[in-house]
Design a protein around this ligand. Sequence first.
Ligand code: GLN
Length: 532
Amino acid sequence: MKYIIVTGGVLSGLGKGITVSSMGKLLESRGLSVTAIKIDPYLNCDAGTMNPYQHGEVFVLDDGSEVDLDLGNYERFLDTSLTKDHNITTGKAYRAVIEKERRGDYLGQTVQIIPHITDEIRNMIKEAAEKSGVDVTLVELGGTVGDIESMPFLEAVRQLHIEIGHQNCMFVHITLVPVMSVVGEQKTKPTQHSVKELRAIGIRPDAIVCRAKSPLSKSIKEKISLFCDVPTTAVISAPDAQSIYRVPLILEEQGLTDFLLERLGVPSSSEDLKEWRAFLDRLENPESEVSVAIVGKYTHLKDSYISHFEALHHCGAFTKSKVNIRWVEAEDEKPGGTAIQLEGVDGVVVPGGFGKRGALGKIEAARYARENKIPFLGICLGFQLAVVEFCRNVLGLEGANSTEFNKNTPHPVVDILPEQKGVKNLGGTMRLGAQDVIVQEGSKAQMLYESTTISERHRHRYEINPDYIKQIEDSGLKFTGRSPDKIRMEIAELSDHPYFVASQFHPELKSRPARPAPLYVGLLKAILEGKK
Ligand code: GLN
């Protein structure tokens, strides 16, 4: 088992997750099996209770764990399915140690950060890697070198390097090379300082990936090599890319894969990125252009909807169309506020969400798409609110609502799941993860999935109230996907509309470049069909 530990310097938000995913893709392209682990140095046990504004999207895995959005990037690039073991947080490590202490496992010892927390972290990394049974495990350390929070993790990976041996473990450091606009020169000092910081901790980077607006010049690479004590071949330039999916090729061209393989002493086969290049070719050479609105309340931080964004681009490549996303703020509750923002758009996506804020705008968006026959896809809360809108405006059920927003609504058409009623702790208690859905023969969903049994990921506490189903279906909104016991509504489709489809589950979470999410494919196909 080989390990590549990836640290970050200078500042956060350098796109470490994309670099890690790209390195994984490159190693895979040489015939190796690869997995990735994300370390988040915060005290939350998982990302499930975090606001998207703080943390971006909460990604959900098949096993129901609520994890950092970087796991979504790993899954998309490596076309793999990960588990909860692949996201380690400070909260998780401390909880495990404190539970052991309470059980008496450390009897007699003073329990300390070193060695107890660092041992726990090391074991968590090794266990996740070993369970995967892969050739190479990439470990991405969130945060920036120098943060107090990251210290135990850096110490743990320093120890891991000694434990498993230099030939089995290497370090890649990702930094920023800024340009002072007045002088116009790339500056290496922040990189030098962050490498110095890393070395003070006892970690010597083997390679340095430098994020910059433009490619690094030869002399800047040489300077970083000299001052940071790495060969020039190990100074890699990661300039801003047209698409994140181009990053593997940018790194490959500079010989990063060969460097990694040589350093770890791994024999490899010749590069096979044929499928990846073909995907990129379709993505970058579209034959048509469409606009799709994403109507949400976290639109200021685009990372809050990253999986929708990526799914739409996978489908764009699949249908050879350039997808222009229009971010629409659902909180604009002036009369017609959301509808005005939707004017002229080709398709509408209403994604998931929690809480009352912005709900009205999302309901408006569903109405606008339904009445104007604009292709529409509602996801989770978007599905629930599309049903609310239908009940209010088609069935005439005045005040129809979800009990999430109005406990005393006269028409609780969306209500809490029975098993959620007694739930007190909010962390990790929703209906989560992969669940089977039975899809009705002859429905749009069945044609798109080409199957009547599918498995998709969930994250919700509320559902369509079974008492209203007959009434809703009789008026034309059909539930074409249900849980295997038929109790839960999973997919809704409007007859007499080019594409009005909504799902309780989150199809965006399983969309991959080579396997775009079927319900998004349906949306784009309907848009393109309408443009003919
Ligand atoms: N808030 C809704 C629920 O809990 C929808 C959740 C979501 O969109 N992920 O059911």
